[in-house]
Design a protein around this ligand. Structure first.
Ligand SMILES: [Zn+2]
Length: 219
């Protein structure tokens, strides 16, 4: 399934729903019409309307939608919930001339169930590695740091599958845990190209572990 990077990091509008891949068949894409969306402004947001400085861009709330797979052999449902807010966007006339600003309602995904696939996974990937990757999808939208930690676990699992030991004996012949960095380096002796890739991905896992690091969906 060909995936575009942009759908994994942006908010969207009801008129421009991204083509999220179906988590069940992983062949079709999920669709929804405008009437499938439930968009609710929070009560707190409503209470701000009487402020003198109130503007529609102050509006915040939540949304939910049932997405349906367009693959006629699947047609499974996926539920999505998320945040809603309003922003201004320029609009243009038929001659592409700037005509003013419009208020637009934006929707930001927080949770898909079932979790939608973010990566193309090779069928030869071991089941335990695939399971960890699938679990990382659940946390991607709502908790990027937790997702990054899950990715680190995926790397640990890949390395273990390549029979790189998790332990090493120290000078006193006592068993101690080998840091992931060293395990990847050891893996690199056999497969340098793959090890370089894992080292790059490990950086994401590190960012997830250290609060304050600026991990964003672009990574
Ligand atoms: Zn499907």
């Amino acid at each position: 399934m060909a995936l575009t990077r942009t759908i994994w990091k942006n908010s969207f509008t009801v008129k421009s729903v991204p083509r999220f891949p179906c988590p069940v068949c992983q062949i079709g894409f999920l669709t929804a019409s405008e009437s499938d969306f439930q968009i609710v402004e929070s009560e707190k947001s409503k209470s701000w309307h009487t402020d003198d400085s109130w503007d529609p861009i102050c509006i915040v709330g939540s949304f939910s939608v049932k997405l349906t797979c367009e693959n006629s052999h699947c047609m499974e449902s996926t539920f999505l919930i998320g945040k809603m807010d309003v922003d201004q966007e320029p609009y243009f006339d038929e001659y592409d001339q700037y005509s003013g600003q419009d208020y637009v309602t934006y929707l930001s995904p927080l949770f898909f169930f079932p979790g939608i696939p973010i990566l193309d996974i090779d069928p030869n990937v071991p089941a335990e590695v695939k399971k960890l990757i699938d679990e990382s999808y659940q946390t991607y939208w709502v908790d990027l740091a937790a997702c990054a930690n899950k990715i680190r676990m995926v790397i640990e699992s890949i390395i273990s599958n390549q029979r790189i030991s998790q332990y090493v004996k120290n000078q006193k012949q006592k068993r101690q845990i080998l840091p992931l960095h060293q395990r990847i380096t050891e893996f690199g002796i056999k497969k340098p190209k793959e090890a370089n890739l894992l080292m790059a991905i490990k950086w994401i896992g590190n960012s997830g572990s250290h609060l304050g690091d600026n991990l964003v969906k672009n990574n």
